[in-house]
Design a protein. Structure first.
Length: 268
């Protein structure tokens, strides 16, 4: 009755089902791990934002990589802004998805080291985006700033290509190593999104606090993949039973047809 399972069509279908099951199970665990990473990151962000500010140099140093546990940690620094070496970061959006720039200003500490400060978003001056835009001046004189500590941006993590040959004083990525080469100074690893002091006017627009309440759909996707994996053998059994039923019905019809032929009287 089940010899049809040895046919080429059913062998291929069975092998495909056997391959799909572990694949879907693995995809489910992949989504589960993404969910766990998102939950862990949310907790890191919440803890960092709730913690009291600490000096930036207690968490980073020239050439250092910002630890993931310190991401978004509020830090302070004392010094003054150096607007002469200020650059803008291309192709950045604000909360309304408008394309413009982030303003990156070196903040020279009392010991001469430099902390990179993202002062916020400004709109692009025109469609060409070749000339250096109008940037509101940073606060002058010595002051103490507060910001959220961020990791260096890389092409691998962000997907943003570090294009060459850009207009003067424009960059694609905020990266302390690249800025250290450009400035010829000791630059602390990572950078900070400025939160205090706030800008005097409408721009630069401060970088909004990171979202850390949503866990995303990854857990739901994980259960979907596992349900799909469970459905594969169920579907295979359903198809086999249907094939058996259809073959049995066909055999019964053929037997009835043969019986009817045998029952007909012979011609005289």
């Amino acid at each position: 009755m089940y010899r049809f399972l040895l046919s080429r069509q059913w062998v291929i279908l069975t092998l495909l089902a056997l391959a799909l099951i572990p694949t879907m199970v693995e995809l489910g665990f992949w989504q589960l791990h993404r969910h766990e990473r998102r939950v862990a990151l949310n907790q890191v962000i919440a803890d960092s934002l709730a913690a009291k500010p600490v000096p930036a140099e207690s968490l980073t140093a020239p050439g250092a990589k910002v630890d993931g546990d310190h991401l978004y940690r509020r830090v302070t620094a004392k010094g003054d802004f150096d607007a002469s070496d200020e650059v803008v970061v291309r192709r950045r959006t604000n909360a309304d998805e408008e394309v413009g720039y982030h303003v990156l200003t070196p903040f020279v500490l009392d010991d001469g080291k430099v902390l990179l400060v993202n002062r916020g978003w400004i709109p692009a001056d025109g469609p060409s985006q070749t000339a250096f835009p109008k940037v509101p001046a940073p606060p002058g004189g010595e002051l103490t700033i507060t910001g959220r500590l961020m990791q260096d941006q890389t092409t691998e993590d962000s997907g943003i290509k570090n294009l060459q040959g850009l207009p003067d004083r424009q960059i694609m990525l905020i990266n302390s190593e690249l800025e250290a080469d450009r400035l010829g100074k000791q630059v602390l690893g990572g950078y900070v999104d400025l939160t205090d002091p706030e800008p005097g006017g409408d721009t630069p627009e401060p970088i909004p606090s990171p979202e850390h309440d949503s866990i995303g759909p990854h857990l739901a996707y994980a259960w979907q993949w596992w349900l799909f994996a469970a459905g594969v053998p169920v579907g295979w059994v359903v198809l086999v039973r249907r094939e058996v039923r259809e073959r049995a019905e066909k055999a019964e019809r053929e037997a009835d047809a043969e019986g009817a032929e045998d029952a007909e009287p012979a011609a005289v």
